[in-house]
Design a protein around this ligand. Structure first.
Ligand code: 5GP
Ligand code: MG
Length: 199
């Protein structure tokens, strides 16, 4: 883990909550049959997914849920380019409308891989939904069907997203600033809410 601090909140908690509610409504409008299979890509999507499915319940969807655990990043901040499957889809998606949910669409490899896997398993229609879309580093031509927020090309954490397994618990999304100084790398501890974060 490199020395770093986390001060710049990109997406505060209330902004995320409002957008996730809207996104659930968008998905529900585009999904007439409430019998939807939702596949979350672990681990980064779990907080987003938990909020999204509860919002989608209010909009009439009744999803069946499953998870894939995919690794593309090792412990660093740059995608290794190779996807490893640590847990595959278990749910029977044959003939079903399927929505893949991931945290970030970056190079596109993870989402393209997961969508291909759902198609291989016989899903009738495969759509994709991401919390953050970072278009700057796309290596695979893929666009997500549903996007909560476009995101600058920075390494971000919080709301399920980690750096070296830390920060998934933050209720907001913040950019990581890498430093060479000796500041406490857990400077986030001093910033418990966006209003306390220095400008
Ligand atoms: P892709 O396969 O599109 O390059 O990478 C997508 C995966 O990389 C995401 O599911 C996410 O786990 C990880 N990722 C990409 N950008 C970031 C980032 O800024 N922060 C964190 N924590 N993970 C990222
Ligand atoms: Mg991920």
């Amino acid at each position: 883990m490199r020395p770093h601090h986390i001060e710049r909140v990109l997406f505060p908690e209330d902004v995320i909550a409002r957008r996730v509610e809207e996104l659930a409504a968008e998905i529900a409008r585009a999904t007439p049959d409430p019998d939807l299979c939702v596949i979350g890509i672990l681990r980064g999507s779990f907080v987003f997914l938990a909020d999204l499915i509860r919002c989608s319940h209010r909009h009439g969807l009744r999803p069946r849920l499953d998870f894939m655990l995919l690794h593309s990043y090792g412990g660093g901040t740059v995608s290794s380019g190779e996807i490893r499957v640590l847990r595959d889809i278990d749910l029977d998606v044959r003939g079903r409308d399927t929505l893949i949910v991931d945290d970030i669409l970056d190079t596109g490899r993870t989402l393209a891989f997961a969508a291909a896997r759902a198609r291989e398993r016989g899903a009738a229609r495969v759509r994709t939904c991401v919390l953050l879309d970072k278009p700057a580093r796309r290596a695979v031509p893929i666009t997500a069907d549903f996007v909560a927020f476009p995101c600058p090309d920075e390494f971000v954490v919080g709301y399920g997203l980690d750096y070296d397994s830390l920060y998934r618990d933050l209720p907001w999304i913040a950019a990581v600033t890498f430093t060479d100084d000796t500041r406490d790398s857990t400077a986030i501890a001093a910033a418990r809410s966006p209003s306390e974060v220095p400008p």
